[in-house]
Ligand binder design. Structure first.
Ligand code: ATP
Ligand code: LTN
Length: 331
């Protein structure tokens, strides 16, 4: 039997992925590609919903592609491609926009969060319609499963609503996707502010482990992580967020359950604990960093691979777009 179709994507909106993206997205996707027909995109059309410098954007797309591959996405197995290389994304987004209610789009909490500081007047219309483009991404590939963090759940729900509405109005066209929400332990927090999620837009660089940081810097950031004064190495999200975060990180790096790690560190101090976490993160990330740099040293090869995968993606996407246009009385 064919494997279920899976779709996910990340924005090329920073110069490197961080440890949160690695554990929360890449590690999960690496596992899922084994028994799913997976499409992973670099969503550059989403990234330009906020201003991007063209040269920087081009480099960030390549860096993200290299990090996907170095992090274990197999471009021969999964289809790893750049969203803007497949014209059907923008085209289907337009069609879906015509069946999306203005009020419905206005209820998306990510837009409200992202415009809370600068005000909605200053935001682009593209940022407002971001979830409709995301719906187009998912529906073009008849994805059944969409692995995302809980912040994206509402967008997948909107995708389901739009697909159901379209099918009802114009006849069966789209597959109804299901979100697959990230497990709790896969959510990684800022090393300096362990109640906030590790985020590329955080103010303090010391709290973020970048996949392109050199190993000495990575180790230093982990050894300087904020903990607490109680001295016990056990997970308790409420009263010991820093220690819990380090336990989750170590568990993700080694595959050892948190309960076993608690037993292993029983009676030990934070110094020993942090050193073990730092060693494990460096052991995992140093080869990923090296492989990324190797891939980036040959941009022509990377571009060739992305072009070939865009052709693969377009074959699937164009067929779905044609179906949708036909159903609507276009073409
Ligand atoms: P920002 O940091 O600006 O909120 P981001 O780092 O969340 O952005 P995205 O492009 O929104 O980056 O997310 C890419 C993927 O990484 C998503 O699947 C998201 O769930 C995951 N992810 C992001 N941050 C974390 C984190 N701290 N822990 C676990 N997963 C994360
Ligand atoms: N909005 C998502 C990225 C994204 C995505 C998608 C995820 C764009 N299109 C389709 C899953 C499926 C984010 O910011 N993490």
């Amino acid at each position: 039997m064919a494997h279920p179709r899976l779709y996910s994507g990340m924005q090329p909106s920073s110069g490197s992925l961080h440890l949160g993206n690695y554990i929360g997205a890449l590690q999960q996707w690496r596992g899922l590609q084994q028994d799913h027909d997976a499409f992973f995109s670099i969503v550059d059309l989403h990234a330009i919903t906020v201003p991007q410098a063209p040269d920087v954007l081009r480099e960030q797309v390549r860096t993200l592609a290299a990090q996907y591959i170095a992090g274990g996405i197999d471009p021969d197995r999964a289809c790893l491609y750049v969203q803007s290389h497949v014209a059907a994304h923008a085209q289907l987004a337009w069609l879906l926009g015509t069946i999306t209610g203005f009020g419905e789009a206005s209820r998306m909490t990510q837009f409200k969060d992202k415009t809370a500081r600068g005000g909605q007047e200053a935001a682009s219309v593209g940022l407002f319609t971001y979830p409709i483009l995301m719906a187009a991404d998912i529906l073009l590939y008849d994805a059944e499963i969409v692995p995302v963090g809980d912040d994206q759940k509402q967008h997948v729900e909107l995708t389901r609503d739009l697909a159901e509405r379209f099918n009802k109005r114009f006849g069966p066209t789209f597959t109804i996707p299901k979100p697959r929400i990230l497990a709790d332990g896969a959510r990684i927090y800022d090393l300096q502010d362990p109640k906030a999620k590790m985020s590329k837009s955080a103010d303090n660089d010391k709290g973020i482990v970048w996949l392109l940081d050199d190993p000495a810097k990575t180790a230093k950031k982990i050894r300087s992580a904020v903990t607490d004064t109680d001295g016990a190495i056990r997970a308790d999200k409420e009263s010991k967020p820093g220690v819990t975060n380090l336990l989750d990180i170590l568990s993700a790096m080694t595959g050892t359950p948190v309960a076993d790690l608690e037993a292993h560190f029983d009676g030990q101090g934070y110094g020993v604990f942090k050193t073990e976490v730092a060693d494990a993160v460096v052991a995992e990330l140093a080869p990923v960093r090296e492989r990324t740099l190797e891939l980036l040293a040959d941009p022509a090869e990377l571009d060739r691979l992305l072009a070939a995968n865009a052709d693969r993606a377009a074959e699937v996407a164009d067929a779905t777009l044609a179906r949708a246009m036909g159903a609507m009385g276009l073409r």
